[in-house]
Write a protein that binds this ligand. Sequence first.
Ligand code: CP
Length: 354
Amino acid sequence: MRHLIDPTDFTVEEINQLMLRALDIIDNRAKYADACRGKKLATLFYEPSTRTRLSFTAAMMELGGNVLGFSDAASSSVSKGETVADTARVISQFADIIAMRHPKEGAPFIASQYASIPVINAGDGGHSHPTQTLTDLLTIRRELGRFDHLTVGLCGDLKYGRTVHSLIKAMGRYEGVKFVLIAPDELRLPDYIKHDVCDANNLEYIEVSTLEEAMPLVDVLYMTRVQEERFEDRAQYLRLRDSFILDTDKMALGKKDMIVLHPLPRVNEITPEVDNDPRAAYFRQVENGKFVRMSLIYTLLEWKTQDTRHETRELVEGDKCSNHRCITTIEPAKNLYYKAENNIWRCIYCDHEK
Ligand code: CP
């Protein structure tokens, strides 16, 4: 059985297969109308969502399957103290596949250790969002026709923006990809992405302080919202939230064939006038999210007989993780750390340094 917890759980070849199947679904909708007849998807959303939950629901419905679940942790037995591990065991008796969103980092990973059905990470805290990455990849593929030799600008909240972390991991595996990082000092990329992903793989990146500098360079501009819900200091959020705003003047500095992506929801980092620019691909990106999730559900159910991937990293047991957003702060899980770049030990659930 296979799960999708991190974008690199799938090889480049497997991602390619997922993309090809998504493109086939787009061209042959009727062929897939009964592909998951009799199967059930459980959507376990402990944190708000519009696109991810509803696109998973629409995806399963268009595959002929059914959907059950909750969209508010308060209406589930987590409000009585049930653990993610127990919830995963229980839901495995009712459904064939789980999509889980959780504010704690590593929660879907714990679920995958206890479930007897495939688990999909639908976003865990400020950590990862691999199905958004699949959505982004399908959009880049449909809009630009390739993944290699692209310059990708990432703008906004690169610290808490889980979509950015997952996209760098995924895009960094293609030849000739470069990144332009545009963020306030306080919201720069976490070390585990910068050192363990970018530096360790010799990925080319530059950091710039204005959108004006980035616009002429990029083929893909990935705008993100400053993640209000992850800040402990509200004054800091208010100070940083409008750091970068994409408007029509800045769009005029961009390449003619570049595209603008945004995982959405947007707050005010892209002015509404930009929506009329054909290079603004973020609403087309939403539709791709449904098609790629159809491809993913179908494929993970098909792969159910494959072996579960085993941990190959060197692990040690340690004290409680110091990241207050880590699932181990609320779940009675063994604290394990893996050896990362420069002999730094990182939590297996949230990648935070030991
Ligand atoms: N992009 C994304 O994850 O949107 P939702 O939070 O609405 O699911």
